[in-house]
Structure formats: C-alpha cells, structure tokens
Design a protein. Structure first.
Length: 700
C-alpha cells in the first residue's frame, strides 16, 4: 500500500511507555529507560531496556548537521555525510532495542493492518531522564524498518502527555473541534495570532536566520485558498507588532475586551527559544526570545509566564517554529512545549532543533494546509507534513546552493491523545490526501510576482515594522535602485492582510497620476474603501464613486476621507518623495511637482493625518526617498517632525548571490546547480554591482 493513501481500517496501535531505569557511566551521561509495549491495548509479556542511540559527541555533530550545514557551511560535504549516517542509524537502533520490527511486521502482514500509530508516553521523570529527548519521529520512515512488509505501511507517531483533566480519555475517537468565531459575513473564522521576533541588530548572525515571514506568507496563501474554494470556515490572521511580550499581552487583552475570551484558536510563535539557568536557582528553564521594547535585540521571557498568559485567554493550540522549543533533555521546565501543556494548551507543535527557512516552508505549508484545508486532526496534520518534508530533502542553502538534509523529523507534537480538529468536512471525516498536494508557498511572498523583489529584505522589513510601531513616523531612505519601492509594496500587502492597522494607503509619487491634491484624495479614498473603513460608508461611497467621483470637488473628497478616518487607524506610505517634493523647480528636477501643487498636497495630507486634528486616531506614516535627510520636505510638510530615519542598505553577498541565481533560473538560463566557476562569476557580479537589486535585475 502506498503510504499516501487513506485507510478505512483502524491502525495498529503501538503504545510505548517508558520509565527511567538506571544512569549509565558518568562519562557517557546517557540515561536508560525501562520500556513496556502495548499492541492494540494488549501488553506484551516482554520488557525492554532502551538507551540513547548516540553519544553526546555524536549528537553534537548531528546538531551541527541539522542547524549549521545548509545555513552556514554548505561546502562541508564530507562532514555532513558522516553526520547524516549517524541520523540514519538512529531509528534502526531504537527498532532493534525494542524489537519493533518483529512485533509490527507479524501483525501487519498477518493481521491485515494497513497503518501503524506509535504513541510514546512516560511516567514520572527526573530532570534529565525524559524519554521525549529521543528522536522518535524518525520511526515514521518505513525504510528504517525493513524493506520487507513494513516499508510501504503508513507509520505515524505522536507523543502523549498526561492530561490535567481525568475526564479526558486518551482513546482516539471523534475529534474535538476548536472554537470558530462568527463573522459579519455568512461564515465562521478560525483566528490565528502570530508573534514574530528576531535579533535585528546590524551585522547580527541572525541575518542568516530563518526568514521572519515564512509562516505569515504560508498562512496568507492558505487564507486566499480558503476564500477561493468558498470554505464555510475562513482564516483570519493577525500579527502582534512589535513582537514584544508586552505587545502580546496588550493584543490579547484588547481582543478579549472587544470580542470575548477564547477568540484565538492558534497562537504561532515565530521566534527563538533557549534553555538556560533560571535566575537565582540551580535549575534550567525554557525561555522564548521576544523583541526588546526599545532596542533591536531580543529579551528572554520565561516560558512559564507565556504559558500562563495563553491559559488566561483559553488558547487551544500553540505552534512554535523556534529552535530548542521541543528540547526535552533538561527537565520539564526546559521543554517549552511541555510547559505550555501544563498550562492547558493541550496541543503543541514545536521544534527540537533550529530549522532553515526552506525546511520550515515545506513543513509549515503542508501542516497548515492539512490542518485548515483538509481538516486533519492536529497531530495527524503534523505527521502528514513530516512526510512532505521527508519526500523533499533538498534544502536551499547559503549562497544559493542546494544541499540534501535529513531534517524532516525536527517538528514534533505533544498532545493529550485527544484528536483536536480545526475544520470539519460535511462527511465528518478528516480528509486524507497526498502529503505533497498543498499550495507551494514562497517564503517571502504573499501574492504577485514579487519574491525576487524582496530577496534578503526580510529583516529590513521587520526592523521597519518595529520602528513604525514604536515611533509612528519613519523615513526610509537609501540610494536609487536599493529596493525601497519593492520593499514598501511588499510590506503594504502584508500589512493589509495581517491587520497592522485598519487600513493601509500607499501613494507612489513617481506616478504621473499623483500630480494634484484632488488626485491624491481620490487615491486615498479608493484605497480606504477597498481595504478598510466602515462597511456602511463603503457602501455609500461605492455608488457615488462609480458614478460621480471624478466630478467631486476637493472639499467633498476631503470630507469623505475625514468621515472614514474618524474612527480608523491608518498606515500612510508616501513613496518616492525626493523628486516630487524637491526644492528644485520642474525644469531642473524631472518629476518635481509645481510649487503650488506640492504645497496643496502637503497641506491636505497634514490636515488628514495630523494626530492633533484627529485625537481618536493613531495614524502611522512612512516616508521614503533617496535623500539622506528630510530637509527637502520642510517647505511642504512643516508639521511632521520627529521622524525616525531608517537606512536601507544594499544586499549582502549571500543574499545578492541568491537573487542572481533566482533571476537567472526564472529566465531559463540556469537549469542545473551552479559549479564553482559559476559561483565565482556570480560573486564578482554582485560585488561589481554593489549588491543593488535594481542593477542586478537590469544587467541580467
């Protein structure tokens, strides 16, 4: 049987229960477990002893392979091959120690079973003895068992933890549905809240980190797909900005006050985690790294504190694509997933190692598609996504290279054993589908033809978002061709779709359409009606717009905008200001507006978006231009002071080479992996063009 096909028969249930037994040699530091196994609820007479298949030194080498090979050292092929061999030997050792092949194969081939469900649980454990530190998910690959009889069977694994409610059974049955929320339209919504945090300090090694917009891009594509198929359950995605713990608290409290408790079914933490000593104690604890409130760095928040917050707001599912979020070898408090579970979040997806952007893209794309579109239960959606990752082992590496990495087992789920389901189909049965059949989602792309336009800009966008949230007014500057417009256009799409503000208005003064105050007002009004504002106002103005808008005078246009802005928070983006508002007259500066037009536009924008004139609003403004200072705007925007400057720099070498390869591949000129000579040429090209995206596109 092909392991992508569904099965109408119940799976063979293999329940593995472990208790700490002895401690091996202090020099090895490897725990030992006493293991009992139940097959379809029937205890095997044998008892087993289980040891960690790898030594600490070997596990350290595997950690480098999983976290550093593709992202930092893609040329270390020989070292990677040795580490990959260690990973391959890992599940075979567990299977051998527990004699699982014989146990499973006999019942599968002789009993007509077509699938196997392995459940791992444990009793009371000490700090370093949890069996969940083992890489159990590697058992899902049938090739590790034996090519005879088992390799074609669908094998799924889930980790079970003790449920706090004794009334909740562990037997799989009818899935429990998460709460959906009624909307103004004729559908329900599943509400997802995302928190994104990274080290944003200049020159930080985190710039080789996982893209901060992989997860949001995937969920945006899933949302679009649900709209296209007219699903009765739609997705609403919100992002906490900035990614501080205080902002998360305030966001949850504000939503609870407006809409009630339990609004968010899923909270997704797109940030890093770590294990370190708890202050004032000798015990290790797990921490999540949120944004620092003021500085471009991270700050550690105890996972226990985060878990209590989720419990207060009745969050049912937590997803953490953070490194070490599922680390389980330093005590329960050092496992973020188990800490959350202890606070009532009974379905947690976490990572046992840091994952690359490409690996996260493949896994999360399949996971959320399986969960939100196919209607699979939470743990099963994760298992399906691991299949997709396993069947696509090639990872995009640094410098535009591709390498093969066995990292599909890194995402793990913890649950009570109760199936939880987000969407449900009319036949009340979760849909089975080929694991590879999910929307292909670019890590830095929501819609349009834009992934290459924002190559290497993910952290710049995150820095820009944080500055907007903190300062309200920001000036993005950099030389012509550095990518300001592409970054802002991509950002506006993301900000609209994730509800940064009620509405986002983008005005590009490089356009010949924005020559007068009336034209500017029409553009603002159209965007407010399309992306935000009161629906009643929208219905009223829509008829007028289609019939009479072109004939409206400036006063009518301004009054219409004022009515919409009265109770809305708007992000206004003014791009390419350097030429339009130049102090030089049009004959000397192509693109410069006539002096009176520039003054009229400046006056209207200041009246509309000046906080003192609209006390209830908290509008945010992004200005962009090629000049380093804002002195050229003072004649027309004299009241907009205290603007925070942010410089957009050229791409670094690695991002520039990735962009070069992307452009060449899209043109069809590069069909195979580049050789060393190709890479040398690309490096020279990026250096000669000073990492300027526009120049790279123009030359290629």
């Amino acid at each position: 049987m092909n392991h992508h096909e569904g099965s109408t028969t119940a799976p063979l249930r293999v329940a593995i229960h472990a208790e700490p037994a002895l401690t091996a040699s202090p020099n090895l530091g490897q725990p030992i477990w006493a293991v009992s196994i139940d097959i379809d609820a029937e205890r095997l007479p044998e008892s087993f002893t289980l040891r960690d298949p790898l030594t600490p030194v070997e596990k350290s080498e595997c950690a480098w392979y999983l976290q550093g090979y593709a992202q930092q050292s893609p040329f270390s092929v020989t070292r990677a091959e040795k580490a990959a061999a260690l990973v391959a030997s890992y599940p075979r050792s567990i299977i051998s120690q527990l004699e699982l092949r014989k146990t499973v194969e006999t019942r599968v081939t002789g009993g007509g079973k077509k699938s196997v469900l392995i459940e791992v649980s444990e009793g009371t454990v000490s700090a370093d003895s949890t069996v969940h530190q083992l890489w159990w998910e590697l058992l899902e690959d049938g090739k590790n068992w034996d090519p005879e009889g088992v390799s074609e069977i669908d094998i799924r694994l889930r980790r079970l933890l003790e449920h706090g409610d004794p009334q909740v059974a562990k037997e799989p049955g009818v899935p429990i549905r998460v709460h959906t929320w009624p909307s103004a339209a004729d559908f329900q919504t599943v509400n997802v809240l995302m928190v994104v945090a990274r080290d944003l300090s200049e020159g930080s090694a985190s710039y080789r980190d996982i893209s901060p917009f992989v997860s949001s891009g995937i969920l945006s594509r899933i949302r679009s797909h649900l709209k296209e198929i007219n699903s009765p359950v739609q997705l609403r995605l919100e992002i906490v900005r900035p990614g501080t713990f205080t902002a998360l608290e305030e966001h949850l409290e504000s939503t609870r006050d407006r809409l009630g408790t339990g609004y968010y079914a899923i909270v997704h933490f797109d940030m890093h985690g770590a294990v370190k000593m708890r202050k004032g104690t000798k015990t290790k604890a797990a921490y999540l790294y949120f944004d620092h409130p003021q500085e471009n760095r991270k700050v550690a928040v105890d996972a226990d504190r985060v878990g209590r917050l989720l419990q207060t707001h009745q969050v049912e599912i937590a997803v953490l694509n953070a490194c070490e979020s599922a680390r389980a070898n330093a005590g329960d408090d050092a496992n973020i997933a188990k800490v959350f579970y202890r606070h009532g979040v009974y379905n947690v997806l976490a990572m046992s190692f840091k994952v690359s952007s490409h690996a996260a893209e493949i896994f999360l794309g399949s996971f959320y598609h399986s969960l939100l579109v196919l209607g699979q239960p939470f743990w099963q959606a994760a298992a399906t996504a691991r299949v997709a990752s396993r069947e696509s082992p090639t990872r995009h590496a640094r410098f535009g290279l591709d390498v093969s990495v066995t990292d599909w087992f890194i995402p793990v789920t913890y649950s009570s054993g109760v199936d939880i389901q987000v969407v449900q189909h009319e036949n009340d049965k979760p849909t089975e589908q080929d694991a590879s059949c999910y929307p292909k989602i670019s890590p830095a792309h929501i819609d349009g033809d834009g992934p290459s336009q924002v190559f290497g800009r993910e952290f710049d966008l995150l820095r820009l978002e944080k500055a907007i949230a903190h300062h309200g007014r920001v000036y993005l500057h950099g030389p012509a061709g550095v990518g300001k417009t592409a970054l802002l256009q991509f950002g506006c799409t993301l900000w609209r779709e994730t509800f940064f503000t009620s509405a986002v208005v983008y005005l590009d003064f490089d356009s010949a359409e924005l020559q007068t105050a009336g034209a500017v007002l029409k553009h603002i009004l159209r965007q407010l009606l399309a992306h935000g504002g009161d629906p009643k106002l929208g219905a009223r103005f829509w008829t007028l717009e289609s019939q009479e808008l072109e004939s409206w005078d400036i006063e009518s246009l301004e009054q219409a905008v004022v009515e919409i802005l009265a109770d809305q928070t708007v992000l206004l983006v003014l791009d390419n200001l350097h030429a339009a508002f130049s102090i030089l007259p049009p004959p000397l500066c192509p693109g410069a507006l006539p002096e009176k037009n520039a003054q009229d536009i400046g006056d209207i924008l200041q009246r509309l978006f000046e906080p003192s004139n609209v006390p209830s609003a908290n509008h945010r403004i992004v200005l962009a231009g090629s000049r380093d200072d804002l002195s050229f705007l003072k004649p027309n925007f004299s009241t907009w002071n205290d603007v925070r400057p942010i410089q957009l720099r050229p791409l670094d070498l690695a991002a520039g080479m990735e962009l070069v390869q992307h452009v060449i591949r899209r043109s069809g000129l590069l069909t195979a992996a580049p050789n060393h000579a190709d890479l040398d040429t690309m490096e020279l090209l990026v250096s000669l063009l000073d990492g300027m995206p526009a120049a790279i596109h123009e030359v290629l």
